[in-house]
Design a protein around this ligand. Structure first.
Ligand code: FAD
Length: 406
């Protein structure tokens, strides 16, 4: 039988949340083990810039998230691969005349946010992780189970490969279907929207004007996010959230029919759709852990909260969890306080759970407000959009909140 390794922190999942947390804790005298189910031995990022070379998963990062990635030492390399800063946002109601526009100049910022490919984010985070001597990456491997070691503040963790680790803290960064969360008996509150998000890269006829576009209709929001293109080639990443029945119908369409349907749904604002990549579909649910910690265990990122992508905030709030958890853990570590103690983890929960809940309730509210076909609600939301669009100070508050500056 192999001897159990010992570690200060074991992080399950090397997605954006897990890899970022490992980096945030590195360099402070803690030993860190990062366990990832998929092979993380290295990505080759495509250099071609065409319809099929962009990652289907992209994220709109707020300036606050960019600051965190800067501090982790990875933003420069993500930038020098490729990204797209957007300076405008246009949101409108398909079912009326209400619309609202945001401009980064209104808050004196160079951009509202940056579109990055998730593959590039993870690749650059992992490149940095493997440079750090205090982080051991175990991949591919998975958490099998975790139990108390019989000693206070020490867990015994077993991986699928049979490897055993004793650790002072176990962090679940293993995503929305977190095995750690299930194994350790965390309860969640769930909302199923009976919707799917279809994501794809599309080539569009007109330039996207460095704008993140969002059209709300009663079957769900449709977003066009700007990607870098060439002089005469323009690309966007789309997230088409729609009811299950419609997603099934759209996914059964051949590419040409899909492009026609998409252009019409988007009211030809960017002209015709000239081509579409492969499409991927994600079920849309919200779930929120009732508690983010138990003694020696903490949840971060999607394992703590899965949020509707309509405002593109999931990864952004995950990075904020990392920022706060790392701060609390390092504060405890430097003061000789046990890092897995309830007092330390409760402070993390106090600083993050309420804020995340507020964001999730706002997304849920938007989803229902724009999903309603009732005439008074339709009238109200169109009036609301028009009014807010005329109130510069209200818009400034909304932009600041969405950019993570508030
Ligand atoms: C369509 C769509 C669009 C989105 N757009 C945006 C956006 O614009 N902006 C934004 O901020 N957010 C966006 N999000 C949300 C964002 O993608 C997620 O919040 C984010 O990817 C979650 O990161 P994570 O690291 O917490 O989890 P994940 O990305 O799910 O990573 C979990 C990792 O854990 C690994 N793992 C799982 N189980 C185990 C195990 N037992 N053992 C070891 N490893 C394991 C997995 O392989 C994976 O690498 C979007 C989501 C969707 C569905």
């Amino acid at each position: 039988m192999s001897k159990a390794k010992t570690s200060d922190v074991v992080i399950i999942g090397a997605g954006v949340a897990g890899a970022s947390l490992a980096l945030a804790l590195s360099g402070h005298g803690l030993s860190i083990q990062l366990i990832e189910a998929t092979d993380r031995s290295g990505y080759l990022l495509p250099t071609a810039r065409d319809l099929h070379s962009f990652d289907l998963r992209v994220s709109a990062l707020t300036p606050r998230s960019v600051k965190i990635l800067e501090r982790l030492g990875v933003w420069q390399s993500i930038k020098s691969y490729r990204y797209f800063p957007y300076t405008h946002m246009k949101v409108w109601d398909a079912d009326g005349t209400g619309s609202i526009e945001f401009d980064s100049a209104a808050v004196g910022a160079p951009e509202l946010g940056n579109i990055v490919e998730n593959r590039a984010l993870i690749s650059e985070l992992m490149n940095e992780v493997i440079r750090r001597v205090d982080i051991a990456v175990i991949s591919p491997d998975q958490l099998e189970y975790a139990v108390s070691s019989g000693y206070e503040n020490l867990l015994k963790i077993t991986l699928l490969s049979g490897e055993k680790i004793t650790s002072r803290l176990l962090v679940a960064a293993d995503g929305a279907n977190s095995r750690v969360r299930g194994l350790m008996g965390f309860e969640t509150k769930e909302w199923d929207y009976y919707q799917q998000a279809i994501v794809a890269t599309v080539q569009i006829e007109k330039h996207h004007e460095a704008t993140a576009w969002q059209r709300f209709s009663s079957t769900g929001p449709l977003a066009f996010l700007p990607l870098p293109g060439g002089e005469n080639t323009h690309y966007c990443s789309i997230v088409w959230s729609c009811d299950d029945w419609l997603a099934e119908e759209l996914n059964s369409l051949a590419d040409e029919q899909f492009c026609k349907r998409l252009a019409a749904e988007f009211e030809y604002r960017l002209g015709h759709i000239l081509g579409v990549s492969d499409r991927a579909t994600f079920p849309l649910k919200q779930s929120h852990a009732i508690s983010y910690f138990k003694p020696s265990v903490a949840l971060v990122g999607d394992s703590a909260h899965r949020i509707h992508p309509l405002a593109g905030q999931g990864l952004n709030i995950g990075l904020l969890d990392i920022d706060v958890l790392a701060e609390e853990l390092l504060l405890a570590h430097n003061s000789n306080i046990e890092i897995g103690s309830s007092g330390v983890l409760a402070r993390y929960q106090r600083r993050r759970r309420g804020e995340n809940l507020q964001m999730m309730l706002a997304m849920d509210g938007f989803k229902h407000l724009f999903g309603s076909r009732k005439i008074p609600v339709r009238w109200l939301r169109n009036e609301g959009l028009r009014k807010v669009n005329q109130l510069e100070w209200v818009k400034k508050r909304i932009i600041s909140y969405a950019m993570g500056l508030d």
